[in-house]
Structure formats: C-alpha cells, structure tokens
Ligand binder design. Structure first.
Ligand code: C2O
Length: 534
C-alpha cells in the first residue's frame, strides 16, 4: 500500500457556461475538480488550503473513514470549517473498498462547484470481477446556476420558498448545445469500435436525481457506490445526488455520433426542472460528415424506470466479496422524512418550508458534534433523537392538520458493533417527493423498498437478506419506504441526511453517535493537531 499526496487549493476562478461568465469557487481552478486516484488499502493525504473568502470543508462521500471521523468533513458534525487563509490535512485510509466515489464540499451549497471523482482501484494484482475494460472514463454529472449559488440558497432561507432551480445540467462540466447561445459546449466521449469501456458515472448534482442514457448503446452495471453488483444490462442509469454507477459500455456501433443525455427525475409537480444535459459518444473515424443518433429520454416522472433500475441492483455476493447482511437487529428504527411548513414572521406569506426526520428539523450547532463528544463539551447536542415518530399518522395519506416540526440538534446513540435496521418512510405532509438519503461512516444493505405505508407485519417477510445491494446513498421512493440494515462498527459521529441540498438546508438531517467501545479498534483515533477551531 502506498501513500497518495494531494494538494487541494481552494481558489476562485471565472467560468463561462451558457454564454455568461461568473466567478466560482473551485479546487485547483478546475470544474469538476481534480480526480483522486488510489488503490484499496492506500493512505490518502490531502492538504487543503483555503484561499477564498468562504469557510470550506471537504467530504469524501462514501469513504468509510474507519476510526478517522475527523477527516469525514461535514461542517459542524465532524469538524469546524477551514477558515479563509487556513489549511488542514485530510488523512484517511481506503479500507475494504474499491470502485467509484466522489468528494465534495460539505458546507452551505459550495458543493455545486466544489466536487470531483474518487477512483479506488483494486489492490495491485487483484482483477476486477468482470472483463478487463480497454479504457476507463470518468463522467461527473453536475448542475449549473447562472446566479451565484450562495445567492440561490440565501434567497431560499430568507423567503422560506424553494430555491430557484438550476439553469443547466452538465456532463464533465459541459451543458451541451445551449439555446440562444452560439457555443456548443458539450462533452465528447471518444471510443473505438469493438472495444469495451468502463464508465464511472457520478451524480454530483445539488438537487436532482438524474437519468443517464446513451443513444443505441446498452450499459452493463457492475458496481454502485464502490460496491460490486451482479452485472445487469440496462439502457438507462438512474442516480441520485451522491450516488455513483460504474458500467461497462461496449462500443458496438461502426461509425457516428451518439447523443448522451442526462435529465432529471421528479415524479411530483414541486418544480418543473426538465432541462436535459447533452454530450456525445463519438466513434473514432475520419468521415467528414458524421450522422448524429438521437436518444429518447425517460419522462421527468418516469417512476417505473427508477423502480426497475433499483430492483435490478444486487450485491455481487461472491466468495471473495460476500454480502455480510446483519441477520439480527439490535436497534429497530423508523424514520419518517419529508417537507412541512412552519410559521415564520419574516417570510413570504408568513410561513416557511422546513424538512424533518420524525418531526425534528435539525439545527446545525456552532461547535462540531464529534469534538463536543470527544472532549465532553456540554450543551452542543442532545442524544434524544426519536427512534420512531412521536405521533404515528397516515404518512402517505392526508396529513394531520397543523403538524409543526420542532427544532433540535439531536443525535441517536448506537452501541459500537450493534446492528441497525432503519425503515425510512417518505411522507406527504406537503408534497411527496423522492429523497436520496445518505449515511456517512458506513455502507448499508438495501433490504426492501415499497410504495405506500410500510407494513411492519408483512413487508419484512419480503426482505432480501441474501444479496441486497450495498451502498451509501439510497432513494426513498415518493410516498413510499426503503429499509436498510448496517452494522455500527465505526466509532464516531455520522451524519445522515437527504442528499438534495435544499432538503438538507431545511433540516432533513440527523446524526448517529456510535459510542466508543473498550477494545483497541473500537474508539476513534485522537484528533489531528491541525483540526480547525470554531
Ligand atoms: Cu455527500 Cu453528507 O454528503
């Protein structure tokens, strides 16, 4: 195993998209940011230096951070922000993982421009469990606002209304042909006939689950969220923000230019955001005129496409990569998640949108919870996060009237190495929506999903405890539920939240506190000496 050194300089850079130029916050002046390459088992050292006027932190989304929670990155959860002019060394080891992940800023909405790929190759000499590809290509999907994203989030928090939707979706930073703008700013993937490529597709969008499709080409999914899957063929990928899908692409056409399209999924009418991002798959040939083959994108509300994709995902569960699904449960949790309305004197119409888990809208503390826990600082958080809703209701029917959320900085305690079953139930208090939910510090197994209210008698009988997909972010279907299981084998404080940034901002988040055990590997390592102060 090696040590991999990276320098992340956070700097402002002018970027031109959609025929207009604006300054954006970047790492090393790049959008998307630099790719981090390593092998399983490597120690990664990233020296981050903050040259901008904003506070910054970086999260290595999906990296387990076994006992190194100080490097996980969510601001005020595991660390205080790195202030302007300061630097911090992120130091972690890639233990027991290989595949595609992403890193992104984890403070305010900076991740809209501060993100990039993480590629974890298998250990030297260990082959992929699928045919070796000719070449590998990283594809980062993003979202672009003409306005400054800080202004977009401020508008939302001040008015209590949803933020403005983005102006484009991008493929490796490029939106494709832009109406009323002469430039065709599109990403092109060059391929040779007869070769097989490994596409590492990452959804780094801020607020959109996305479909990904290439005209006339099927894809064979082999891994999601850095966990191998049983290979399956599909013409459409579906990824929530924070999710990754690695798939084999056989370049089996002769000549031509084929459209690559990404488009949002939204099966409710909350916002009409149906901008398609376009790129090209282009065969290597010398024809002067290249015919373009178009692609039919799924409808914005194509729920069945998302269900078929999710239901096709299975852990590889081979001898070498077994699915260690917890078969007994120490903590059985039920979280109802969604968006509601609270009174707000200063907001438009006297109310504001809030989002909550079990009716608790999470309030960010001003000191990092992990620090408060480690040093025993009182008054930063309470450990009374409810294991289930205080007042059960018909989650997917007409909501009880006058349901207000309470505010709190609450965590849920898990004993080290205990097992957890968590049923995440989407509710319809204002509008049902699909929520891509993400857990830090552990992967989980997705043992079941369904529409309507979860039935605690019948639904568990249908759980897949043999080869459920393992991942770190999962979509909870609109007015439906998803059940996950994991082992709390990583001491620390681990954020759990909707990865639609607008919902995180509104409070759809909480944290698990995995208590220190007594054995040598059961407690978090001491904090690094350069850990930023609040
Ligand atoms: Cu990728 Cu807490 O997020």
């Amino acid at each position: 195993c090696r040590i991999r050194h990276y320098h992340f300089n956070v700097v402002v850079k002018n970027a031109t998209k959609l025929c207009s130029t604006k300054p954006i916050v970047t790492v090393n002046g790049k959008f998307p940011g630099p790719r981090l390459y390593a092998r399983e088992g490597d120690n990664v050292l990233v020296r981050l230096t903050n040259h901008v006027q904003y506070n910054v932190t970086i999260h290595w989304h999906g990296v387990r951070q076994l006992r190194t929670g100080w490097s996980d990155g969510p601001a005020y959860i595991t660390q205080c922000p790195i202030q302007p002019g300061q630097n911090f060394l992120y130091n972690f080891t890639l233990t027991g993982q290989r595949g595609t992940l992403l890193w992104h800023a984890h403070i305010s909405w900076l991740r809209s421009t501060v993100h990039g790929a993480i590629v974890i190759l298998p250990k030297k000499g260990v082959p992929y469990p699928f045919p070796k590809p000719y070449k590998e290509k990283v594809i980062v999907l993003g979202e672009w606002w003409k306005a400054d994203t800080e202004a977009v989030v401020n508008q939302a928090t001040q008015t209590g209304l949803p933020p403005n939707i983005s102006d484009a979706h991008t493929i490796n930073g490029h939106p494709g042909p832009v109406p009323n703008c002469s430039s065709d700013d599109a990403h092109t993937l060059h391929v040779e006939t007869g070769k097989t490529y490994l596409l590492r597709v990452i959804n780094a969008a801020v607020n959109d689950e996305l479909f990904f499709k290439i005209a006339n080409h099927n894809l064979t999914v082999v891994e999601v969220d850095a966990c191998y899957t049983k290979p399956f063929e599909t013409d459409t990928l579906f990824l929530g923000p924070g999710q990754t899908t690695t798939a084999l692409l056989k370049a089996d056409q002769g000549i031509g230019k084929y459209l690559i399209a990404i488009s949002p999924f939204m099966d409710t009418i909350v916002a009409v955001d149906n901008l398609t991002g376009i790129g090209y798959l282009r065969y290597n040939h010398t024809l002067a005129f290249t015919p373009t083959t178009f692609v039919t994108i799924p409808a914005v509300n194509a729920t069945p496409v998302t269900s078929v994709f999710s239901d096709s995902l299975r852990s590889l569960n081979s001898k070498q990569y077994p699915a260690n699904v917890p078969l007994t449960i120490d903590h059985s949790l039920f979280f109802t998640i969604g968006v509601g309305i609270n009174p707000c004197a200063t907001c438009f119409n006297g109310s504001r949108a809030v989002a909550a888990i079990n009716n608790v809208s999470f309030v960010m503390p001003t000191t990092a919870i992990l620090q408060a826990h480690y040093y025993g600082i009182n008054g930063v958080f309470t450990d009374d996060f409810p294991a289930k809703p205080a007042i059960p209701f018909n989650y997917t029917g007409t909501p009880p009237s006058g349901l207000q959320t309470m505010n709190g900085t609450k965590v849920y305690r898990l004993a080290y190495n205990s097992t957890v079953q968590l049923v995440i139930q989407g509710n319809t208090i204002i509008a049902p929506e699909s929520h891509p939910t993400h857990l830090h510090g552990s992967n989980f197994f997705v043992v079941g999903r369904g529409v309507g209210n979860f039935d605690p008698e019948k639904d568990p009988l249908k759980f897949n405890l043999v080869d459920p997909v393992e991942r770190n972010t999962v979509s909870v279907p609109t007015a439906g539920w998803t059940a996950i299981r994991f082992r709390a084998d990583n001491p620390g404080v681990w954020f759990f939240h909707c990865h639609l940034e607008v919902h995180t901002t509104w409070g759809l988040k909480m944290a698990f506190l995995v208590e220190n055990g007594k054995g040598p590997n059961e407690s978090i390592e001491p904090p690094p000496s350069d850990l930023p102060k609040c």
